[in-house]
Design a protein around this ligand. Structure first.
Ligand SMILES: Nc1ncnc2c1ncn2[C@@H]1O[C@H](COP(=O)(O)OP(=O)(O)OP(=O)(O)O)[C@@H](O)[C@H]1O
Ligand code: SF4
Ligand SMILES: [Mg+2]
Length: 457
């Protein structure tokens, strides 16, 4: 599998604490009856009827010691599943996770339990992750107890010290969680995670439930703790401004796959994937007079049970690549794609050819073969044969694109900094060809990234 063309790969230079290779996590489509439990004997796990929710598919990346990798993507794209599978709280369907060089996917029992001490997780909801019946002190001490660390006195002293480190009062040791604000509860969670002296903390939306004014304070504390305790973070968030605040590098996920990964400055200043570009365009603009910008994307996210072939983003991509068979102008191609997607969504009711021409092709209508296909589709719509029109347009345009045929995976020359830049978009192959390079060599990221590999010269 490691040689699969188009595998999602995104690497880093430097010493890797965590190396994830070709990781897949599928859930049974019956609502996850087996989703949350470990099935060591059943690995790899495939359901009888073969309908799986492909929540994480062929994802590879490294996290360097001491860095924060931000992970962003819209709801349901697989961020939490990826994080839990990395920690092996969920059993991987396929792939490897090397933590300090040891493959977690093949570790189990007591050795896995010991490893877990080094890898902690903080969740979004600080309310429900703290047992309301327990005082804060015992909550912080719980993981130490589970791993047999220190005696009672030692644990109490360490818990009080950690409460202070995370910005709380050691006197809070005897209080119950309900006495705390959301931000303070998340600080208790931080103290608990730190109690067993981990190397790596997965933070799954840790500030998303907090007021914006509190978010920055908690993020700053997390950064201070990272320096003091030499921590490595995988930090999940929806919010790109939070990601920008905390991350060294940023990974973007879409429908179970990693579509772009680069140093923070490179990702924000030189985004290559149309999905990343759309996410960045959707960041609300702080000036209230501007009214904020909204996402440029139309259409629903496809089901992870039956994701699109080739590039998974292609059903919504504003930059879908025109099939080589045609010679449309950009405007003609964009209109053809918009029309095809509108027919697929049944976005209009009229069957009137002139009304549809005016609506979709007023400024630019394709001629030649493409124009003839549009004509035939309009005929089908006039005859109210919607399915036939949809099939014709999909075959002619959407499915004929290289975006439907091949999974993209490219390494891009960065403009900012010297870190690696991975982008899963065929537009990057076009750029490599235009630059006169061999597209296969320049673009396709076929070799698995070793943590200390240098970018190709
Ligand atoms: N136990 C499960 N059984 C079946 N499907 C699941 C299970 N857990 C998650 N999924 C599905 O896997 C996909 C990824 O879900 P996941 O929770 O990882 O997304 P996410 O990016 O963390 O979303 P959010 O931003 O809302 O937290 C979704 O389609 C979800 O419905
Ligand atoms: S590969 Fe094609 S569909 Fe996918 S992001 Fe690039 S242009 Fe869009
Ligand atoms: Mg989640």
């Amino acid at each position: 599998m490691s040689d699969a063309p188009g595998a999602t790969r995104a690497g880093s230079d430097g010493e890797a604490l965590l190396e994830v290779r070709n990781l897949c996590k599928y859930f049974d489509n019956d609502g996850g009856m087996f989703g949350g439990i470990s099935l060591d004997d059943e690995f790899p796990f495939v359901t009888r009827d073969g309908t799986n929710v492909r929540a994480v598919e062929d994802v590879s990346f490294d996290i360097k010691k001491g860095e924060t990798l931000g992970l962003v993507g819209e709801s349901g794209c697989g961020k939490s599943t990826l994080a839990r599978t990395v920690l092996r709280l969920l059993e991987p369907t396929e792939g490897s996770v090397y933590f300090k060089g040891e493959d977690l996917a093949t570790t189990s029992g007591e050795p896995l339990r010991r490893k877990r001490k080094d890898m902690q997780m903080i969740f979004q909801d600080p309310q429900s992750s703290l047992d309301p019946r327990m005082k804060v002190g015992p909550i912080v001490e719980e993981p130490m107890k589970a791993h047999g660390m220190l005696d009672d006195e030692g644990r109490e002293a360490r818990a009080k010290e950690l409460l202070e480190k995370v910005g709380l009062d050691p006197q809070h040791y005897n209080r119950y969680p309900h006495a705390f604000s959301g931000g303070q509860r998340q600080r208790v969670n931080l103290a608990r995670a730190l109690s067993v002296n981990p190397d790596f903390i997965v933070c799954d939306e840790p500030v998303s439930a907090l007021d914006v004014s509190i978010q920055a304070q908690v993020l700053n504390t997390m950064q201070d703790l990272q320096d003091e305790f030499d921590l490595t973070y995988l930090f999940i968030a929806h919010d790109l401004s939070v990601i920008r605040h905390i991350s060294d590098r940023v990974a973007v996920m879409y429908l179970g796959q990693m579509v772009e990964l680069a140093d923070k400055a490179e990702l924000f200043e030189n985004p290559q994937h149309p999905y990343t570009q759309a996410l960045l365009d959707a960041i609300p603009v702080p000036d209230p007079r501007s009214g904020g910008r909204t996402a440029l994307l139309t259409g629903d996210v496809p089901s992870p049970i039956d994701p699109p072939s080739g590039c998974r983003f292609r059903t919504r991509c504003p930059s879908l690549i025109q099939p080589e068979a045609y010679d449309m102008t950009d405007a003609e191609w964009e209109n053809a794609v918009e029309f095809q997607r509108a027919v697929k969504r049944r976005a209009f009711e009229t069957t009137d050819r002139s009304a549809l021409r005016r609506r979709y092709f007023d400024d630019a209508e394709p001629d030649g073969d493409a124009g003839e296909r549009v004509d035939r589709a309009l005929d089908r719509i006039a005859a109210e044969e919607w399915d036939a029109a949809e099939r014709l347009l999909t075959e002619s345009f959407a499915d004929a694109s290289v975006c439907a045929a091949e999974e993209p995976a490219y390494e891009v020359t960065p403009e900012f900094g010297d870190g690696r830049h991975y982008a899963a978009c065929h537009r990057n192959r076009e750029a490599a060809v235009a630059a006169g390079e061999d597209a296969d060599l320049a673009g396709a990221a076929d070799e698995p990234y070793a943590a200390d590999a240098k970018a190709d010269d």
